[in-house]
Unconditional design. Structure first.
Length: 156
């Protein structure tokens, strides 16, 4: 496999993970795995640093690990997929846990239209603490309404 093909598979996987994360968030986390995700929407009920929601790290890390393992041993394309999953995981961690929820104080508030839209969309998602009736399940692909002011959201 050429280096270009490897990199293309890796970057395509990282891009597609936004859609996998969206679907997992909407249908698994707000579905039958709500028991793991509940405390993320109700942070006052969390004792200590970790949430049950942090278990979802394993949902993505385990397949990535097996892609690394099988890719290294047998199928280089699987290695590229595993790295792509890891790249998205790192981006997700930095945006979601560090930037949005400030679980780690590693960098200051970003201030541009896109970063504000991410915060607005995620804040709107967390405005509902129940399993149903949430919206904005993605992270990096943001509904255009969140680029505007809150008072204009319902109009679009």
């Amino acid at each position: 496999m050429s280096a270009i093909t490897f990199i293309l598979i890796m970057l395509t996987t990282a891009f597609l993970m936004e859609f996998v994360a969206f679907l997992a968030h909407k249908y698994l986390m707000h579905g039958f795995l709500w028991g793991w995700h509940y405390d993320h929407h109700n942070p006052n009920e969390v004792e200590g640093f970790f949430e049950k929601n942090d278990l979802f790290f394993l949902v993505f890390a385990i397949p990535s690990f097996f892609c690394y393992l099988l890719g290294t041993l047998y199928f280089p394309a699987l290695l590229a997929i595993g790295i792509g999953i890891s790249i998205y995981g790192m981006i997700y961690f930095l945006i979601h846990d560090v930037y949005i929820h400030r679980r780690f104080k590693w960098f200051r508030q970003l201030d541009n239209k896109y970063s504000r839209a991410i915060l607005r969309a995620h804040g709107d998602h967390h405005a509902n603490t129940e399993k149903e009736a949430s919206e904005s399940f993605g992270l990096l692909i943001v509904n255009p309404k969140y680029f505007g002011k809150r008072k204009d959201w319902a109009k679009k």
